[in-house]
Design a protein around this ligand. Structure first.
Ligand SMILES: Cc1ncc(COP(=O)(O)O)c(C=O)c1O
Length: 401
């Protein structure tokens, strides 16, 4: 008997799909890899690098991984909340010892800071679909797509002026004035990506008072704790705001301060008078998204935080990483007056005052790779004259302009 002919009578699902433009940062990374010049410098990728150009596995992380290997007895499922001990141990770091005790704070482990932000955004969309999220720009390029994926409206405002290298606080005030009660304000808690321009404590106080007076909800993106001025200092502005408001969300990343980027370790914390209900809603959303976060990285962070000795070693290594970043900032500023503002900025990034054509010339003529916006990874320099070479190259491509 003849086989029945199967004919495609329906339109193709993917036939009309257009390819996405390539991510400029990934394209830059690929170009860097194929560049044959020995003296090339990569300032594009957003990871800490040591003086030899390596993103190290931190000592305490290595020890914790060994302990985990020896002692783990099961790989059985956890739950959508991930590792609750990890979430609890992280709390005093994030909120300070006193605030961490509050039963108004609930938290879940998430796949990295990205997962925390996405879960927070979905939670907001579930309870308040018409809320706008106010976002200072420039910002981490994933903020807008992430908020849009959760179907939240986004209102941008200017955070920073690259030419004058100043944080535009009046624009923040303007945004907080225009926002409607119930709107959300996404704030980077420290080490602003990409500008390195953080609010002062006085500015945080004004923000806190305005949020409270206007009924706005802060959503903190806290991705670089310890890489600015110190673990507590980097949290100080956020903690001040939390003393003023009834409700807040915090998307936290441990990926950077524990150097476990690819392990995807983060947590979403929510402050609310209805904390238990928020927790169960967040659990349901996590279940529908990733079911449960992967365990390894969080288990490692938990083991470090459970051991006073490993915690001391982790903190010491983190202090050293921060000292290297601050030292690089000071050296850049001292070498080229055009880079003076880099010393005032904090964290892994600065967005220097440079034209896109000059960025292209740095790559073509000097093998120096950085994002077109002028963002540099301050920890991206190897300690063999790269800082000096960069400062000189910047001066040469900028000329007298
Ligand atoms: C400002 C900011 N928030 C969040 C994240 C996300 O971090 P993670 O890698 O833990 O998802 C990043 C990562 O680059 C970031 O720069």
């Amino acid at each position: 008997m003849a086989k029945p002919q199967i004919q495609a009578v329906h339109p193709s699902l993917f036939g009309a799909l257009k390819a996405q433009p390539q991510d400029p940062l990934l394209a830059l990374m690929a170009e860097f890899r194929t560049d044959k010049r020995e003296a090339k410098i990569d300032l594009g990728v957003g990871m800490y690098r040591d003086a030899t150009g390596i993103t190290p596995v931190m000592r305490a992380v290595k020890v914790a991984e060994r302990i985990l290997l020896e002692t783990q007895t099961t790989k059985g499922y956890m739950g959508p909340e991930g590792d609750p001990i990890f979430v609890e141990l992280l709390k005093p770091l994030v909120f300070g010892a006193a605030m961490a005790k509050s039963d108004r704070i609930v938290g879940l482990q998430t796949p990295g800071g990205t997962g925390a932000l996405r879960l927070g955004a979905e939670l907001i969309a579930a309870v308040s679909p018409r809320a706008n999220v106010w976002l200072g720009e420039p910002t981490w390029p994933n903020h807008r797509p992430l908020l849009a994926a959760a179907r939240l409206g986004v209102e941008g405002f200017k955070h920073f002026d690259k030419t004058s290298q100043t944080l535009l606080f009046d624009e923040t005030i303007g945004a907080l004035t225009r926002a409607a009660p119930g709107d959300v304000v996404l704030l980077q808690a420290c080490c602003h990506n990409p500008t390195g321009a953080d609010y002062t404590m006085d500015q945080w106080r004004t923000i806190a008072e305005m949020l409270a007076a206007r009924g706005l909800i802060p959503f903190f993106d806290f991705a670089y704790q310890g890489l600015g001025d110190g673990l507590d200092a980097d949290a100080a502005g956020m903690r001040l705001v939390l003393e003023h408001v009834d409700e807040a969300l915090i998307g936290y990343a441990s990926d950077k301060n524990f150097g476990v980027y690819r392990e995807r370790v983060g947590a979403l914390y929510v402050v609310s008078n209805n904390a238990r209900a928020v927790y169960s809603q967040a659990m349901a959303l996590a279940r529908a998204n990733w079911s449960m976060p992967s365990d390894h990285g969080a288990a490692v962070v938990r083991l470090v935080l459970q051991s006073p000795e490993l915690t001391r070693d982790w903190t010491a290594e983190l202090d050293m990483m921060r000292a290297r970043i601050l030292s690089n900032r000071g050296r850049l500023a001292a070498l080229n007056p055009r880079l003076a503002s880099v010393a005032r900025q904090r964290g892994m990034f600065s967005q220097i005052q440079i034209a896109p054509e000059a960025v292209a010339r740095l790559k073509d003529e000097h093998g120096i790779y950085m994002v077109g916006s002028g963002r540099i990874n301050v920890a991206g320099f190897r300690d063999d004259g790269e800082i000096e070479r960069f400062a000189k190259a910047v001066a040469s491509v900028q000329g007298d302009a």
